[in-house]
Design a protein around this ligand. Sequence first.
Ligand SMILES: *Cc1c(COP(=O)(O)O)cnc(C)c1O
Length: 413
Amino acid sequence: MSEQTSYGFTTTILHSDRQKDIEHGSPHKPVHTSVTFGYKDSRDLAAVFQGKQSGYRYGRQGNPTVSALEDKITKMEGGASSICFATGMAAIGALFQALLREGDQVVSSSFLFGNTSSLWQTVDGQGVDVAFVDATDAAHVVAAITPSTRMVFVETIANPRTQIADLKRIGDRCRERGILFVVDNTMTSPYLFQPKSVGAGLVVNSLTKSIAGHGNVLGGAVTDTGLFDWSAFPNIAANFRKQPPAQQGMAQLRAKALRDFGATLSPDAAHQIAVGAETIALRMERECANAMALATMLEADPRVAVVHYPGLPSHPQHALASELFRAYGTLFSFELKAEIDCFDYLNRLKLAINATHLGDTRTLVIPVAHTIFFEMGAERRAAMGIADSLIRVSVGIEDTQDLLNDFSAALGS
Ligand SMILES: *Cc1c(COP(=O)(O)O)cnc(C)c1O
C-alpha cells in the first residue's frame, strides 16, 4: 500500500503498520520490549541524542511498537503526529506539564469527565487559572477569554449528561485569536468525529475507551492536527524553537511531559490497543445502534423521568450532533421517576454490569451521583445538572433485543 492512496477508516487502521517497514512479514507490529537501543557506530548514537538523526534511545520517550500505534492514531484523526501516554489522564496532564506556565489562563468547559474536572482544580492551585464555562454556547467561551488565555479545552459529548460543545464556533473564535483549541474526543472517538474538522489544534483521546474497546488495557494519546501555529505560542522554550515551527509543540510535549514525567505507554499495552482499534468501526456501529434503541424505549416509558441522549430529537443539541457526528455515541443517561429507587433498578438488571468505565463491549451502568461524582459534593453536582437518581449507561455490543428486555424488565411490570 502506498501512503498516497486514500482508503476508508477501517482499511487504513488494519493496514497502517504495513505502510512502514514490514518486520518479518508480520501484519501486527511486533512487541519490542527493549528498554534501550544500541548503535554500531557511536557517532550515530550521538547524532540521535542531538536530534540530527531519527532513532530510538530509551523506552521512556519512544519505542517502535508505541510509534506504530501513534501513527495509527494520527491516521484515525487525520492529524500530523501523535504521542501516546500510559492513560488518558496522563495525556491531559501532559498538556499542563508541557504547555502551561504560571500566570496562564485556561478556558474549560464545565461539563467534564470527573477526573479532568479534578485535575483542572489541582492546576488552578498551581498558578494556572482555569475559567469554567458552559461551552454549549461559544459566547460563554469568548466572554471568559483574557490576554493570558493559552488554551480552550472542551469535550465533544460531555459525560454523563451528554451536552455537546459548540465545537465549530469555538474553533472559529480560537482561530481568530490564535488560541490553542484542545478537544477531548474520547466520547465520540475519531470514528464518529475528527476535531480537526472544527479547527482543533490538539486532540486528546483516552485509548482505554472506544479505541481499545474491550476494557482490558489503559492508554491515552495527544494528536497534533497540524492546524495550530506553534511559532506564535509563547510557552515554547528556546531549545524547541530550533525545530521547524510545525513540530515545536509536539517536540516540547514529548520531552517535557513524556520524558520528564514518565507516564509512558508500555509496548504490550500498545499492542493490545492496536488490536482493539482494528474493530472500532464495527463495535461503535453496534453500540450506537443499541444506545439509540435503549434510549428510545426508555424515553417512551412513563416510569422514566428523562433520558439524555444526543440521538433523541428531544436532546437540546440534537441538530448539532446530527451535523457534526457520524452517529450519536455509545453513552446515555436517564432518571427514573421517584417511585423507583435507582439502586433497586440497577440490582434488577441481569446483563448490564454495575461498574464504572465506558466504551466497553459489555454494557455498564452506574449511579453517577453516588459514585464517580460523589467526591465533588452536592453543590457542584447541582451546577452540572447531575440528579441523585441519574443512571449512566455505557452501551455494549450485546444483541439489541437482549438489552431491551433487560432494561425494560428491571422497570417492573
Ligand atoms: C476516561 C476518560 C478520560 C481519562 O482516560 P483514562 O484512560 O481512564 O485515564 C479522559 N477524558 C474522557 C472524556 C474520558 O471518558
